[in-house]
Ligand binder design. Structure first.
Ligand code: DAH
Length: 346
């Protein structure tokens, strides 16, 4: 009987968990009422009493080992079942870089979110525009030097039966969308228009021939400069944080009167002066003003009933300030080392 026990012990030790081992079959074979262990205990009753001590000990040890083995087989089965249900079989076998939002998109979305919260809608207009929407209806006189402020890419000039030339061009600012919105919508109007603009400028760290702007327009009865100031303060605080201060400096744009440029207190040095703000404590972020009555008239809105404000800002400039980027060209190169840095931002 000792030999029988020993060989069974060998057999048990050679049993390992795996697909070909069914724990339940193992239990029935060894541990059930009619299983091997029970029959060994039957046999044990009839052996010589001088052997009972040794064989009894061996038999108990064998039984213990069989139970342990059964538990091992069972737990392997459970954990492998769990593994199967946890596996995502649609997942790629290789690590794949899932991409990140471009910093320009991050800032554009942030601007949109801020203005949406105070009731502004989003509007868009064409990138290929005409002189009428980009300049004429925005109160740029035909030979006005202000047209030279923006180095325009002209596409073609159509002579329409001897009348005035009609220029097709790439829009130099998103203010053209103001015109389209005013022409097609009855006030009250409260909208922002993000988009790409084009200027014939030499590419450098501070200038590019393609960049992005967001235009804002608010037309209603009794809109005042105070409304403009409060709106822009709200924007600056939401964008740059609660400590942010703004200041408005007088400026000139043909389509607004009065016009201003807005600075925000430098976030880097808190206003005490650093190389980012050129030791002024202020950073210029946008142009703004009250919509010129000539513009309202040119767009079919009665300036005796309505007034409004407008503003325009460059998205690259805001992104450079917010992420402390010192070269505009980085936005257009699609260098992964640059873009991957924004994967945690949104
Ligand atoms: N269009 C101007 C530019 O590109 C920015 C601007 C200034 C827009 C004042 C406005 C405004 O709406 O009121 O430089």
């Amino acid at each position: 009987m000792i030999d029988k026990i020993n060989s069974l012990r060998e057999e048990i030790r050679k049993t390992f968990p795996g697909r070909d081992i069914d724990p339940e079959a193992f239990r029935i074979k060894y541990l059930s009422r009619k299983g091997i262990i029970s029959s060994l205990f039957e046999e044990f009753r009839n052996i010589d009493s001088s052997q009972k001590k040794i064989v009894g000990k061996l038999l108990n040890e064998l039984k213990k080992e069989v139970i342990e083995k059964f538990n091992e087989l069972k737990s392997f089965e459970i954990s492998s079942e769990e593994k199967i249900s946890e596996s995502d079989l649609t997942k790629s076998a290789f690590p794949i870089f899932s991409g990140s939002r471009h910093p320009i998109s991050i800032i554009r979305n942030e601007i949109i979110d801020i203005f949406k919260r105070i009731g502004f809608t989003i509007t868009e207009g064409p990138e290929i525009e005409d002189d009428d929407h980009v300049f004429s209806r925005l109160n740029f006189a035909p030979e006005h030097p202000a047209r030279d402020m923006q180095d325009t890419f002209y596409i073609l000039r159509i002579y329409d039966d001897q009348s005035d030339p009609d220029d097709i061009l790439l829009r130099t600012h998103t203010s053209s969308v103001q015109v389209r919105v005013m022409q097609s919508t009855k006030p009250p109007i409260r909208t922002i228009s993000p988009g790409r603009v084009f200027r014939n400028e030499a590419i450098s760290a501070r200038a590019h021939c393609i960049f992005h702007q967001v235009e804002g327009l608010y037309i209603d009865k009794n809109v005042s400069f105070a409304d403009l100031k409060q709106t822009l303060l709200f924007f600056a605080v939401e964008m740059f944080g609660p400590e942010t201060k703004i200041r408005l400096r007088p400026s000139y744009f043909p389509f607004t009167e009065p016009s201003g440029e807005m600075d925000v207190s430098c976030k880097i040095c808190g206003g005490s002066g650093c190389n980012v703000c050129k030791y002024t404590g202020w950073l210029e972020i946008l142009g703004c003003g009250m919509v010129h009555p000539n513009v309202l008239v040119a767009c079919g809105i009665d300036p005796k009933i309505y007034s409004g404000f407008a503003f325009g800002m460059g998205i690259e400039r805001l992104a450079m300030l917010k992420f402390q980027i010192n070269d505009l060209r980085l936005f257009f190169e699609n260098d992964r080392r640059f873009l991957e840095q924004f994967s945690k931002v949104f």
